[in-house]
Design a protein around this ligand. Structure first.
Ligand code: PEP
Ligand code: MG
Length: 573
């Protein structure tokens, strides 16, 4: 039995499938005398890639389109520009061949992407694909297909990236078990959204489990059972049934409103990652979507999703949500949501790197296409646009300027859209939380993203499971920042809501409520649980407890106070 952190609750019984490790490209300097050896390694990797591609082409000879792609990839292996660039860089930079190849691939795909011609732009994906193949050959790693996995698969891996998640057929996935990764990382968020039981931080799992091993993933108690007996399996199957039952009961009992004992009406919305989740919105009693993480649309394919695909997704969300509003967040890529085909060079600190709104303001074609699709979809319902990771007011000015230009284009083209579509900024870095008065004049609403706000305020990597206990919602500094946002938002006369995972946990929710938030967005699964709680608590009392807690110095003291209140409020009279 191994221990882990529960990232998404539930029970999974199934067969292990070990996911290849994400490519980690080593980086070291070499001696002049070793350049020749590195060149030989490069030659060998190219030759293996050639054989693999010829074999693939053979197996796909009935698919004309696939053959064409493979042919062009074969040509790339002998492209003199590519080959000579690697050789020349190896000689001049004297770094190991894997590092050099990885850098050259990033440069090439970036230059393809910046071309005007659409055909050439698309070649960036092929460059990435061939590049990964050469790198895997250099590192001696097999390429694993994730498209067709057996039913009841329990995915076992070192780290699970959001793009791995996007490539998986999640309908076949019973559970996820990772050696690394925090419960607030994006893979964990997606697992919760898809209701796939997941455990993170299970040390030694990739060494102890083999492909096909029977596993029980107990994400109620945070345990992974290796080699379970038939009795274990029966016992857990029963528990699985009971859990399903309690979810149904929960859903039935919360079809009512989110009103507290002292009559305060609250709004609970859903955080979604894929449009299909809209179906669950009504079942779980959420009033619209407070956060649609559009990046999954970008993560699930090997190239930028075409405008029509984006439009279809946004329309689906807008119409599926109506009459409630849906908040569409513009591309929040980077950090732990890497999109290899964008060719962003590797960064030492991706969480603070060229990401999110920064990337969109630099790569305006991507941003404009997305804004255009959102605006076009806005006639299907009530949409709102949310910019992620705003750090300074200038970013809002620039983003709004681009939005205005896109609106003008649409008007010129005679395409209808909601001209008054509300615009919001995410407050997820301390600089934004401290300058709400300067940001507010440029937006209609603010949405606090506590996952990142906490990461940046406490300097705690949200994906690092060793620091999970420091990722603490009952923190005074975080609470003071949130209070500042609520107060300054009220002074500016604009709505402030919260869409971080904090809203979906009992203590986090109480903190936010006590700090003055009335509009919450959370993973669907949490909506009924939180609604049930709301029906039993008094907002005035929670405010009193939180205010009192704010003068206490430790999280433990704050947590104890809130726990005590919760126990008292939830105990049967
Ligand atoms: C947040 O940071 O709190 C947030 C909601 O955005 P994401 O989790 O997608 O970074
Ligand atoms: Mg965020």
């Amino acid at each position: 039995m191994l221990d882990g952190l529960i990232a998404s609750d539930g029970i999974a019984i199934g067969q292990a499938l070990i996911l290849n490790e994400v490519l980690r490209v080593p980086d070291y300097s070499i001696r002049t005398a070793d350049v020749k050896l590195e060149l030989l390694k490069f030659d060998a990797a190219l030759a293996i890639a050639r054989d693999q591609l010829v074999d693939l082409k053979d197996r796909n000879k009935n698919h004309e389109k696939t053959c064409k792609i493979l042919e062009s990839q074969l040509l790339m292996l002998v492209d003199p520009l590519f080959v000579s660039e690697v050789i020349q860089k190896l000689r001049s930079e004297k770094r190991n061949v894997e590092r050099v190849v990885s850098d050259v691939i990033a440069e090439f795909s970036r230059s393809f992407r910046s071309m005007d011609n659409d055909y050439l732009k698309e070649r960036a994906v092929d460059v990435q694909d061939v590049g990964q193949r050469i790198l895997r050959n250099l590192l001696g790693q097999e390429i694993q297909s994730l498209e067709s996995i057996p039913n009841d698969t329990v995915l076992v891996c070192h780290v699970l990236t959001p793009s791995d998640m996007a490539r998986l057929d999640t309908s076949k996935l019973a559970g996820i078990c990772c050696e690394e990764g925090g419960i607030n990382g994006h893979a964990a968020i997606l697992a919760r959204a898809l209701m796939i039981p997941a455990l993170m931080g299970v040390e030694g799992i990739t060494e102890q489990v083999k492909n096909g091993d029977r596993l029980i993933l107990d994400c109620i108690n945070g345990k992974l059972r290796l080699d379970p007996s038939e009795e274990d399996i029966e016992e857990f199957q029963e528990l699985q049934q009971q859990l399903l039952f309690s979810i149904e009961e929960r859903q039935e009992s919360v079809s009512g409103d989110a009103v507290s004992v002292d009559g305060v009406e609250l709004t609970l919305r859903a955080n979604i990652s894929v449009p299909a989740e809209i179906a669950g919105m009504k079942t779980f009693g959420a009033e619209g979507v407070g956060l649609y993480r559009t990046e999954y649309l970008f993560l699930k394919s090997n190239s930028l999703p075409p405008p029509e695909e984006q439009l279809a997704a946004y329309k689906k969300v807008a119409s599926g949500c109506a009459p409630f509003p849906a908040t569409i967040r513009t591309l929040d890529i980077g950090g732990d949501k890497d999109l290899p085909y964008l060719g962003i060079p590797s960064e030492a600190n991706p969480a603070m790197g060229d990401r999110s709104i920064r990337y969109c303001l630099q790569n305006q074609d991507v941003f404009r296409t997305q804004l255009r699709a959102i605006l076009q979809a806005s006639t299907e319902g009530s949409l709102r646009i949310l910019y992620p990771m705003i750090t300074v007011p200038e970013e809002l000015t620039q983003a709004n300027q681009i939005l205005d230009e896109v609106k003008q284009e649409l008007s010129r083209d005679g395409v209808p859209f909601d001209a008054d579509i509300p615009i919001g900024a995410m407050i997820e870095v301390p600089s934004a939380a401290l300058t709400v008065d300067l940001l507010a004049p440029q937006v209609d609403f603010l949405s606090i993203g506590t996952n990142d706000l906490m990461q940046f305020t406490l300097a705690v990597d949200r994906s690092n499971q060793r620091l999970s206990s420091r990722f603490d919602f009952a923190n005074v500094a975080l609470a003071r920042l949130i209070r500042n946002v609520v107060d300054q938002g009220a002074q500016a006369g604009i709505d402030v809501s919260c869409c971080g995972e904090m809203a979906g946990t009992p203590i986090g929710f109480l903190m936010l409520l006590g700090l003055g938030i009335r509009d919450f967005s959370m993973n669907l699964f949490s909506v009924p649980r939180i609604k049930q709680m709301i029906n039993r608590i008094e907002v005035a009392e929670v405010e009193r407890v939180v205010n009192d807690a704010l003068s206490r110095s430790t999280s433990e003291q704050i947590r104890n106070k809130l726990d005590q209140y919760l126990q008292h409020a939830l105990s049967p009279e």
